[in-house]
Design a protein around this ligand. Structure first.
Ligand code: SF4
Length: 297
């Protein structure tokens, strides 16, 4: 069950985050555009959130899916915009429609009515302000399922701090820990230091993933790493970071399903699927490092 701060505190957080949209610094891009006046930064989203789809999803990690599915809400736009994005139409092409805070709160409550085990906010970073406002409304309407923050890992610590006690489960990607691929594929050479700080903050807030008696996630951090073709050293660095600095008990989904989407074919070295052997090598390395809560494959 989500442990929301009291409603006035939640509304205050929403107000503080909303004020930042006039010179937007919600994420590490710090575009300083006035989103309330319709200006758009890297994420290409203005003052209102936009939603591409929502409903029960059965393709997420087992502890989120259970019997009834994870209640995903796919937000349009993205602050990271990887060239190989596996949801390119939604994150880059703006597929989806704008929603008011009231409509978004209604979507959140409908997810709960559908019986989903959690509210899974997909690509939430750039619309954190709008999400907190909607959660404030939905919590007064009885929202109580765990809130999952399913993000790319390119997060500002000060924004994450506004989510303490609001988000139950953080599910960040850790994509790269080298500036070179982060710059080449995401135009974010600072991604390594940003994601390290973000993950440390997430872990401080909620700790390792905890499950109920039925194996359903209640609270904690669940990390995703997409094993990419020819990036074995990147994967090893990610595993080293998790094992040595966050904890060997970190739940890690080593994802094998990379395929060249979006603009990936412009980069020949990532213009193929990840080979089964590359994924096995990653899993073996994680096991050698003592990571014992592995998913994927
Ligand atoms: S949320 Fe969007 S506009 Fe704001 S800093 Fe990030 S990318 Fe720029």
């Amino acid at each position: 069950m989500a442990v929301f701060p009291n409603l006035s505190s939640l509304a205050e957080r929403a107000e503080r985050l909303n004020a930042r949209l006039s010179e937007c610094d919600i994420c590490p891009r710090r575009c300083r555009v006035n989103r309330k006046a319709g200006e758009r930064g890297v994420c290409r989203v203005g003052g209102n959130a936009a939603v591409a789809s929502f409903g029960p999803h059965f393709g997420e990690e087992a502890p989120l899916v259970g019997n009834n599915g994870s209640g995903t809400v796919f937000f349009s736009g993205c602050n990271l915009r990887c060239v190989f994005c596996q949801n390119y139409e939604i994150s880059h092409m703006g597929e989806g429609g704008e929603v008011s805070a009231e409509r978004l709160a209604g979507i959140f409550l409908s997810i709960q009515r559908m019986g989903c085990h959690n509210l899974n906010l997909v690509t939430p970073t750039h619309v954190t302000s709008q999400i907190v406002e909607a959660l404030s409304l939905a919590s007064s309407g009885g929202l109580s399922i765990p809130v999952v923050y399913n993000c790319g890992g390119y997060e500002s610590v000060d924004t994450l701090q506004e989510l303490e006690g609001v988000v139950d489960i953080y599910m960040p990607d850790v994509k790269f820990l080298d500036a070179e691929p982060a710059g080449r594929y995401c135009d974010a050479p600072d991604y390594p230091e940003v994601v390290r700080a973000a993950l440390t903050e997430m872990d401080r807030q909620v700790g390792p993933l905890s499950l109920d008696l039925h194996g359903i996630a209640l609270r904690g951090v669940l990390v995703r790493h997409l094993v990419m073709p020819g990036e074995a050293s990147t994967t090893r660095r990610v595993i080293d970071f998790l094992a040595d600095e966050i904890g060997k008990d970190t739940y890690l989904n080593l994802m094998h399903q990379y395929r060249p989407c979006g603009r990936a074919l412009e980069f020949p070295e990532i213009g193929r699927r990840t080979a089964a052997g590359e994924w096995r090598e990653a899993r073996d390395y994680a096991l050698e490092k003592g990571m014992f809560r592995l998913a994927g494959g």
